[in-house]
Design a protein. Structure first.
Length: 50
């Protein structure tokens, strides 16, 4: 089940390009893997694996 969480301090940072990058802390609070190959995925998903 998807959760709608409001990001809190430590849940993300801004990349040099200005994108919001979610941290491992945020992904763990969310509770599931979205399988998009997120940079800080704590679930071990790698987009290039098949």
């Amino acid at each position: 089940m998807k959760k709608n969480l409001k990001p809190e301090e430590g849940d993300y940072y801004l990349s040099p390009e200005g994108y919001r990058v979610f941290t491992e802390q945020y992904h763990l609070k969310r509770g599931y893997c979205c399988e998009n190959g997120c940079r800080h995925c704590p679930y071990g998903f790698k987009k290039n694996r098949r």
